[in-house]
Write a protein that binds this ligand. Structure first.
Ligand SMILES: C[S@@+](CC[C@H](N)C(=O)[O-])C[C@H]1O[C@@H](n2cnc3c(N)ncnc32)[C@H](O)[C@@H]1O
Length: 210
């Protein structure tokens, strides 16, 4: 069982293919185990990201896409701050099945490593927390997030420090800025999952489409 492998760090670096990642979360999500582990490990990624996001997204009616929403921890934080127009997508249908009813307007199973079935300029914001990590979603997804976000909208995300340089996130983030596709509001280290010795970069960028 995947959870039995969890020692000092979450063994995400062992996951290579989309099927392996999906199977991992199908199992971890079942019976609410993912939420129990995140609580006992004091996983602060959702709370930290939503806290930064709320300082820039002043309209509670913002239409938000939670990319790689998992069990809905980001949705819970957003909802408690008054954002109620939230849509979610995730690779694992089994973990989506554990999301509390009423948090999200829509929930769809999807692979964020391929083009998503969403029209251009649909959302006021995209949040992606915990999903840019070993073997999960690649940095190219940031181009897709920009495509589906409106001009002036926000993209907030975490990137596990272990893949930030090696998987090209630092380079892609800078390229997007050089290409004038977004402007940096925040890019700093967050606590993320301090109890496991895992840190992440937390970014918040404003989309530019003119
Ligand atoms: C560490 S969890 C984070 C979940 C949630 N955002 C949170 O902060 O609790 C990573 C999530 O990314 C999802 N995921 C991994 N690869 C994916 C992909 N290619 N497309 C969509 N979701 C993916 C997993 O199914 C899992 O729910």
């Amino acid at each position: 069982m995947a959870q039995q492998d969890i020692g000092n760090k979450v063994p995400l670096h062992t996951l290579k293919t989309a099927n392996e990642v999906k199977a991992f979360y199908d199992e971890w999500g079942s019976g609410g185990q993912y939420n129990k582990d995140m609580q006992s490990w004091n996983y602060t990624g959702p709370q930290e990201t939503v806290s930064v996001f709320s300082r820039y997204a002043l309209d509670p009616a913002s239409v938000i896409f939670d990319a790689g929403c998992g069990s809905g921890l980001v949705g819970k934080e957003l909802f408690s701050l008054g954002y109620h127009q939230i849509h979610g997508g995730d690779l694992s249908q089994r973990i989506l099945d554990t999301v509390p009813t009423g948090l999200y307007r829509t929930l769809n199973q999807m692979d964020l490593n391929v083009a998503v079935d969403v029209l251009d300029d649909t959302f006021d914001a995209v949040l992606c927390v915990g999903t840019f990590t070993f073997g999960h979603v690649k940095s190219d997804a940031l181009y897709e997030f920009i495509r589906i976000t409106k001009n002036g909208g926000l993209i907030a995300f975490t990137v596990n420090e272990g893949v930030f340089i090696s998987e090209g996130f630092e380079r892609t983030i800078k390229s997007l800025e050089d290409e004038g596709k977004w402007q940096q509001c925040v890019l700093s280290k967050s606590n993320y999952m301090k109890s496991k010795g895992v840190s992440a970069w937390l970014g918040l960028f404003r989309v530019v489409k003119i």
